[in-house]
Design a protein around this ligand. Structure first.
Ligand SMILES: [Zn+2]
Length: 129
């Protein structure tokens, strides 16, 4: 197999992040315990941990925008009814799981909203998926 040269230099920041992650993800320890690991075994071990990290990172970033507790926001800042424009009332939460490309599930919790005027209930469209 012809190996494509990596002409694009990885940034110094990425090298530092990797060095830190190697310890945090337990790869430094793993490597000591598997001194004869093959390329494929190393790749699989890294993938497994990165996929978990990836799912957690996606979850955190999504919820940064999603999980502002809008039930506690002043009315004028709350999500509005798509039909009449009234601020929604919070009506409990729903949790669901989305599958990531890495095979890990991401947990999303969203507040269910209801319109006091039309009585229609829905999830405010912070994110479509
Ligand atoms: Zn409405």
């Amino acid at each position: 197999m012809k190996v494509k040269k990596n002409t694009r230099q990885r940034s110094e920041q990425m090298q530092q992040v990797s060095a830190g992650l190697r310890d945090v993800l337990g790869m430094t320890q793993w490597r000591k315990e598997h001194p004869k690991a093959t390329w494929a075994e190393i790749e699989a071990a890294v993938d497994e941990r990165i996929n978990q990290l990836r799912a957690q990172l996606i979850q955190d970033v999504v919820q940064m925008g999603e999980n502002k507790e809008w039930r506690e926001m002043p009315q004028e800042e709350r999500p509005r009814c798509a039909t009449c424009g009234k601020p929604l009332w919070a009506r409990g939460e729903q949790t669901r799981y989305l599958q990531t490309n890495g095979g890990e599930a991401v947990k999303l919790t969203r507040t269910y909203g209801a319109c006091p005027q039309c009585g229609v209930g829905f999830f405010p469209a912070f994110m479509r998926s």
